[in-house]
Design a binder for this molecule. Structure first.
Ligand code: MRU
Length: 356
């Protein structure tokens, strides 16, 4: 049995409500882009690839029964809905990458003069469905590369890996990125142990990664974020592998808040630090991490858990959802579906792969 965070059949989209996990498995129907926007904003679905997939599939559902008078109308409708979906959460680039790519495609189709309204609609729906299918194979291929890179460090002996946030089946179409690497090590009997952080303030590690690790029977231990340095010092960690929300030209990487301090601790302890992500998480339009907009989440996501207050009433809260890890701390490399690359070469590698 596999964990299915996104269930899709043409015309129907359901997502596993991640706010209820690990205590309740309940699917929510997404019937249009507006309900997808709300689900993304509320974090019923989260994780950079899953946000883009659910956004695009919600448009596939919406398009199916939508009538248009002319090709220009389909084109502007698709583009404006995609831009609307981008506005739900600002830091992860995958939805923006998809919006730009598919807006260009629909414009080209509309301009070609050979396509009719119905064929453009069908082509766009096919594209969105293909994106969902492709994500799993992309994750499996990057996980292979990540697994090899870690086994090079251990000289093929079982590895101990530390990860942060949730980057597994729940954050993608399936298999996962950083958690995919851990899954792959486990499948090959080369994982000694995985450590996952709680990932305060919203506990994606404790609620979601721990759930996936238990579900897959992967040997693993949950730690508080404040235990990372201690674990690095005492548990002989082979490598850290985390996901990404946006990797920019110079290799600086935005990921879940707390990633930056883990990278600093890894450097101090001489532990290779890897980022694992599909090439759709790469943003060629930003030069450095300074340009990345960091989403701030509401104070109550930090000061209470499931409505129960855990902080003194009246205290101010600062709740950035992400931080930026400078490229120089990504010492292991960036794991992609094309291979593992040093952060300084990521721009040229991804650009040339995409132009092929
Ligand atoms: O706020 P979230 O839960 O959407 O943040 C998720 C992360 O930071 C993940 O590490 C990232 O999106 C990669 S998911 C494959």
């Amino acid at each position: 049995m596999t964990l299915e965070a996104i269930k899709y059949q043409r015309g129907h989209l359901d997502i596993l409500d991640q706010l209820l996990l690990p205590f309740k498995s309940q699917y929510v129907s997404i019937n249009d882009t507006e309900s997808a926007w709300i689900a993304i904003k509320k974090m019923q679905v989260r994780g950079a690839p899953a946000i883009a997939i659910v956004g695009c599939l919600s448009l596939a559902v919406e398009l199916l029964n939508q009538d248009f008078d002319c090709v220009d109308e389909v084109s502007s409708y698709v583009s404006s809905k995609l831009e609307y979906l981008v506005s739900a959460r600002p830091t992860a680039v995958n939805m923006k990458e998809a919006a730009d790519r598919y807006s260009n495609l629909v414009k080209e189709l509309a301009l070609s003069k050979t396509e009719m309204v119905e064929s453009i609609k069908q082509k766009m729906i096919d594209e969105f469905e293909q994106m969902f299918i492709d994500d799993v194979s992309t994750n499996k291929s990057l996980s292979d590369f990540g697994c090899e890179a870690i086994l090079d460090i251990t000289e093929q002996k079982p590895a101990k890996v530390l990860t942060h946030c949730n980057t597994g089946s729940l954050a993608t179409a399936g298999y996962g990125t950083a958690l995919g690497v851990i899954r792959k090590l486990h499948e090959r009997n080369t994982l000694e142990h995985a450590y996952c952080t709680e990932t305060r303030p919203y506990n994606q590690g404790a609620r979601l990664t721990a759930y996936e690790l238990v579900f897959e029977k992967i040997p693993s231990t949950l730690i508080c974020d404040s235990m990372v340095s201690m674990v690095m010092k005492t548990k002989n960690i082979t490598a850290v592998v985390v996901g990404a929300d946006r990797v920019v030209q110079n290799g600086d990487t935005a990921n879940k808040i707390g990633t930056y301090q883990i990278a600093i601790a890894a450097k101090y302890h001489n532990i290779p630090f890897f980022v694992a992500c599909p090439s759709t998480t790469f943003d060629p339009n930003m030069k450095t991490g300074e340009e990345i907009i960091i989403e701030e989440r509401p104070a109550n996501e930090m000061s209470s858990i499931k409505g129960v207050p855990i902080a003194a009433e009246g205290i101010n809260c600062y709740n950035p959802a992400f931080d930026v890890t400078p490229a120089e701390l990504i010492t292991g490399g960036i794991i992609t579906e094309f291979g593992v690359f040093k952060p300084e070469s990521i721009y040229s590698v991804i650009s040339s792969e995409k132009n092929q």
